[in-house]
Write a protein that binds this ligand. Structure first.
Ligand SMILES: C[C@H](O)CC(=O)C(=O)O
Ligand SMILES: [Mn+2]
Length: 336
């Protein structure tokens, strides 16, 4: 029997968490996590390279395992959960989306920078043609005022998306800003509104609750906080908090705690915490997935990683401009 769910959770550790472990997921790890999440009755499980389909590259980081193998493996072990994939037009291609669907993906999340929804119509249409549940994912949502965000979300709705997400890629939004954005979308759209948080300012839970209060019914979390930067809203904590609030997710809390402790914690290269660098991501409004790249550039050029991140924030650098991390570090080193 289908569980009643007030809020539908998408677990993103097997995609956003890929950034945190340098895209080194193995098939065994993905199978163990996906199987556990399915048994805990998580409705959606996202599996891809951290930067989505086709992300494995020198620019974004090479994957240990071909993501299609990971998607196929996850799809083969889940009984009820739907496997989701992320696709950034310009990184992932239509053939890759078709391949992911043929391997068992049931949801496509088409991600663009918050002001660039107009690069997504073909990908959203294809996802719909393939029979996939389709989400528009507006990244770096802190960089646009609510009116702009609403305009862009309406474009995605007009292309056929079933849901549009406000994505706080940098973990830079404050609760009142989340409320304003979700309320704007709820007032203007007829489709579902989702929210994806990062915990760089320790606000992922507060922001997620603010989003739900304003009517967001699609929410992302990462178990054990396995996501870019300081991670996302910690899923097992979120389902416990929502349960206390009387908000049904249909997810088994004990099972989630056990998977977090026994399966996911050993995958983490180090425990997820808010380090000085992840704090600066949120403070400066820098894309969470830049964290490890900036730390590597810091070692290579002998520059404080915080200075690199602050400078990237001043330059309003967005996803896809990872090459700027090296440029900025080199410039700062030359200026020393
Ligand atoms: C490609 C990004 O990692 C997508 C995402 O999770 C975000 O913007 O946040
Ligand atoms: Mn993210």
């Amino acid at each position: 029997m289908e569980s009643h769910r007030d809020v539908l959770i998408t677990e993103v550790a097997l995609r956003d968490g890929s950034h945190a472990i340098r895209h080194q997921f193995t098939v065994d790890q993905v199978v163990a996590v996906a199987k556990g999440l399915d048994e805990a009755n998580v409705p959606y499980i996202e599996v891809s390279h951290g930067d989505g389909l086709g992300g494995s590259s020198l620019q974004y980081g090479l994957s240990l395992t071909n993501e299609m193998e990971l998607i196929e493996a996850a799809a083969s072990v889940v009984k009820n959960a739907k496997i989701a994939v992320l696709l950034l037009p310009g990184i992932g291609t239509m053939p890759e989306l078709k391949e992911a669907a043929s391997l068992g993906a049931k949801m496509a999340r088409i991600a663009t920078h918050v002001t660039e929804a107009d690069v997504s119509p073909q990908h959203i249409s294809l996802a719909k043609e393939l029979g996939l549940e389709t989400v528009g994912f507006l990244m770096m949502s802190h960089m646009a005022p609510t009116a702009k965000l609403v305009e862009q979300a309406k474009l995605m709705e007009s292309y056929g998306a079933d849901t549009v997400y406000v994505v706080d890629s940098a973990g830079a939004l404050l609760p009142y800003q989340v409320k304003e954005r979700i309320r704007g979308l709820k007032d203007a759209l007829t489709i579902n509104v989702g929210f994806h948080a990062h915990n760089n300012l320790s606000l992922a839970m507060a922001n997620t609750l603010a989003a739900i209060e304003e009517g967001s019914t699609r929410i992302d979390g990462s178990i054990r906080c396995l996501g870019a930067g300081a991670g996302n809203t910690q899923t097992e904590v979120l389902v416990s908090v929502l349960d206390k609030l009387g908000i049904q997710t249909g997810i088994d809390i004990y099972k989630m705690m056990d998977i977090a402790e026994n399966i996911v914690a050993p995958i983490l290269e180090k425990p997820q915490e808010i380090t000085k660098d992840s704090l600066v991501l949120g403070y400066a409004g820098v894309y969470s997935s830049f964290l490890l790249h900036a730390q590597r550039a810091s070692e290579r050029f002998g520059i404080d990683s915080r200075d690199i991140l602050i400078e990237l924030g001043k330059r309003n650098v967005v996803g896809g401009q990872e090459d700027m991390i090296l440029d900025v570090a080199a410039e700062l080193a030359n200026a020393k």
